[in-house]
Design a protein around this ligand. Structure first.
Ligand code: C2O
Ligand code: CU
Ligand code: CU
Length: 484
């Protein structure tokens, strides 16, 4: 693919740099030499101005029944650009999108709703959809274990009910590292109608892009000091800006959809990180933290409530080393927050439900041990010395309470993710969390041991794997079976 970059910044006119958002984009499944819609009409003038935060667009609900959310999801190859207005650098992506959108359409449902999602595979290669964080029936989990993926040209209907409020997401679970990396991911929000409403809600999907995005992913060469691949985007845009009104209460749902990059959000006195929910929904009590690490696949919900005297400030990502210890470098801005209006800040959580709950006591035994091992030098990644699919399937009966211990004996972090069930954190290196913590994706630090409690309340063969997706594809994945 050739690089055609026009440095015509002085002519700050024409369409936005936002990649390929125009209608009709994404049907050119055959054209390798067509570098995307932004250039279909010949040469394009790139304005190189800071974009406004956009999206994700909400998926249209095709079923009039108020308790069913029916969506159509069509993944297709799309070539697009990631334009860095700050450096005038452009990354070409031989990508893929659901319904032409990056991120994919936001699926929005309420607790108890039925989701019907029709996959129409036009990718040119097999795919599936996995519903990350949702306890769906096994046949709906989108994995290719004990079943085949959906061939290109075929369709598949995913159907399940959503039980628990939270911020979840969906992505392929076949050739996962490559397909997610190309841009196939979207957020699924399950609302709790009893929660107090905010004035505004933002959904921010973080991803990072490499200079040579179209080259195969080589995990050994991209674990930089930041644990990042490169250029971070929010909803597909490099450092966009958003105007917030003073006095407004904003709920912010963040997803790290990168297939291997870590984000470390930084709180400040003016813009504290007030966390109300993580992977599996609302925390018993909100927490204010200095830093929040989002490993690949992680979600967090924050509350922003600026007043007229809150200074404008970027949401920043501090360097984070996947190999432990300090990471050098300045924090990078992800999103500029601009406050307009004259009102004072309000207490955004005045009527927020608080239900203190402490971590469960550790029963002291262990049912299942997972040891994460491997090396960036050889790029061999294993759990218990085995590489998927040649793994020992641990079976547990339905209804059992289990203690799972995950130990990382490698010199790099790994986000541990379990399908079908959810994980209460009992302890990290022997220290219990300050409050009850319900997760599905948990970062395991170097040589760290984390103990979890889970209830085997969903029958199926559940994948347990590293969500640094090239590690998972390389074998750092196993199966936990819950029998009838
Ligand atoms: Cu987000 Cu096994 O997946
Ligand atoms: Cu998952
Ligand atoms: Cu890993």
């Amino acid at each position: 693919m050739t690089r055609r970059v026009l440095l015509l910044a002085s002519l700050a006119v024409g369409c936005a740099t936002e990649p390929s958002k125009r209608p009709g984009v994404g049907v050119d499944t055959d054209a390798q030499d067509d570098t995307g819609s932004a250039q279909d009409t010949g040469e394009q003038v790139i304005p190189w101005t800071q974009p406004e935060l956009l999206g994700p667009e909400v998926a249209s609900d095709l079923d009039p029944d108020p308790t069913t959310v029916q969506v159509a999801l069509t993944p297709e190859p799309v070539d697009f650009f990631i334009d860095d207005w700050r450096t005038r650098n452009r990354i070409e992506v031989a990508g893929a999108r659901y319904n032409g959108a990056l991120p994919a359409p936001l699926i929005r449902a309420s607790v108890g709703d039925r989701i019907v999602a029709d996959l129409d595979n036009r990718l040119g290669t097999p795919t599936t959809i996995h519903w990350h964080g949702l306890a769906v029936p096994f046949e709906m989990d989108g994995v290719a274990w004990m079943g085949a993926p959906v061939a290109s040209g075929d369709t598949f209907r995913y159907e399940y009910t959503v039980q628990k409020a939270g911020t979840y997401w969906y992505h392929p679970h076949f050739d996962t590292a490559a397909q997610v990396d190309r841009g196939l991911y979207g957020v699924l929000v399950v609302d709790d109608p009893d929660e107090p409403a905010f004035d505004r809600e933002l959904v921010l999907v973080l991803d990072d892009w490499r200079e040579d995005q179209s080259m195969p992913v080589d995990a050994s060469h991209v674990h930089g000091a930041h644990g990042a691949e490169g250029l971070w985007t929010v909803n597909g845009l490099v450092q966009p800006k958003v105007e917030l009104t003073a006095g407004e209460r904003v709920r912010v749902r963040l997803l790290n959809a990168s297939n291997q990059g870590y984000v470390q959000l930084v709180g400040t006195d003016d813009w504290p990180l007030v966390v109300i929910a993580r992977d599996q929904g609302r925390l018993p009590e909100p927490e204010t933290v200095d830093r929040e690490v989002l490993a690949p696949g992680d979600r967090v919900e924050l509350v922003w409530s600026p007043g007229a005297d809150t200074p404008d400030s970027a949401l920043e990502d501090a360097p984070f080393s996947l190999h432990g210890g300090a990471a050098l470098g300045d924090p990078e801005p992800l999103l500029d927050r601009i406050v307009v209006g004259e009102a004072d800040a309000v207490d955004a959580l005045a009527d927020w439900p608080v239900a203190p709950r402490s971590a469960s006591p550790d029963p002291g035994y262990t049912d299942i041990h997972y040891t994460f091992q491997g090396s960036t030098h050889t790029d061999d990644w294993m759990i218990n010395g085995e590489r998927f699919p040649d793994v020992t399937v641990e079976s547990v009966p339905f209804g059992e309470e289990l203690v799972v211990q995950v130990r990382n004996v490698s010199a790099t972090h790994h986000p541990f993710h379990l399908h079908g069930l959810h994980l209460e954190v009992l302890s990290r290196d022997g220290v219990a969390p300050e409050q009850f913590t319900d997760e599905d994706t948990v970062d395991i630090g170097l040589y760290e041991t984390i103990r979890f409690r889970t209830t085997a309340d969903n029958v199926g063969w559940w994948m347990a794997h590293c969500h640094i997706l090239p590690h998972g594809d390389d074998g750092m994945m196993t199966v936990l079976e819950v029998t009838e």
